[in-house]
Design a protein around this ligand. Structure first.
Ligand code: IPE
Ligand code: IPE
Ligand code: MG
Length: 246
């Protein structure tokens, strides 16, 4: 019953992703496969973060959000947690030294209250110095959990209601978003998970509502700018409909 010749309606190509998020996974397996301690994988992974952040900046991505340590990662051995926190300190010291040259704005998302005073002081300094940069922003999720973030936001909203500063009947999705750790940051367009795991692991539960996912078996320490290009190319092939018809 083809009365009408079907017009070929191919979706227009997507603009480049403005915001890319990455679950930096696979450090431990990378190290184990090489006969190294897991902490060597974290060290290699932090170098890859540096490289990928610079690459994102250079190709015109506006926001990069990385999952560095989850609210569940405290379950790991004290040795591993201490090593990860040590690497973060090292990264921040070095980032502070190169900040003027790199022009990367850093922001930290998560419940930072559980971090050591030394790390917190470094984060404060980093925030203060990098606040003025506007071109590219890297968000580092530290002691971050998507559920924790939503509960934290609900508490803050409830407090505002108790004070008479907010009204539960008028709460909108946009207003709720302003209570999240990610307030002011647009939702991610593309979420990448290396290492072969195909799960969300409590990452950006609210913000990922309409994100495109890209999974790859490559372990994070082996992730390269060419892998990021592949993920972006896959993204360009997607048809984002946001519930509509295209
Ligand atoms: C990701 O790598 C880094 C953190 C979670 C801190 P993993 O340490 O989870 O590496 P695998 O998954 O064990 O290989
Ligand atoms: C997610 O990876 C957290 C980070 C990459 C920081 P995990 O390795 O902790 O996740 P699961 O345990 O495999 O789900
Ligand atoms: Mg893992």
């Amino acid at each position: 019953m083809a009365f009408f010749k079907k017009k070929s309606v191919s979706a227009p190509p997507l603009p480049p992703p403005k915001h890319i998020a990455i679950i930096m996974d696979g450090n431990g397996r990378w190290a184990t496969r090489k006969g190294l301690p897991r902490t060597a994988g974290h060290a290699a992974g932090s170098e890859v973060f540096r490289r990928i952040a610079t690459y994102c900046r250079d190709i015109g991505i506006s926001y990069l959000t990385v999952y560095a340590f989850s609210t569940e990662n405290w379950k790991r051995s004290e040795e591993e947690v201490t090593a990860i926190m040590g690497l973060l300190k090292k990264y921040l010291f070095e980032a502070l030294e190169k900040m003027e040259k790199d022009q990367i704005k850093l922001r930290f998302l998560g419940d930072l209250t559980r971090l050591s005073p030394e790390l917190l002081a470094l984060i404060d300094r980093t925030n203060a110095v990098s606040e003025k940069y506007e071109g590219f922003q890297a968000n580092i999720c530290l002691n971050y959990g998507g559920r924790d973030e939503i509960v934290h936001a609900a508490r803050a909203f409830a407090r505002a209601c108790v004070k008479g500063e907010a009204n539960p009947d008028e709460l909108t999705e946009m207003q709720f978003g302003s209570y999240l750790y990610s307030a002011g940051i647009p939702d991610p367009d593309l979420i990448i998970r290396p290492s072969g795991e195909v799960r969300v692991s409590n990452f950006l539960l609210w913000q990922s509502a309409y994100a495109e996912y890209y999974f790859t078996d490559v372990l994070w320490p082996d992730f390269t700018p060419a892998e990021l290009d592949k993920a972006i190319a896959a993204y360009h092939g997607r048809n984002r409909r946001f519930g509509g018809v295209k």
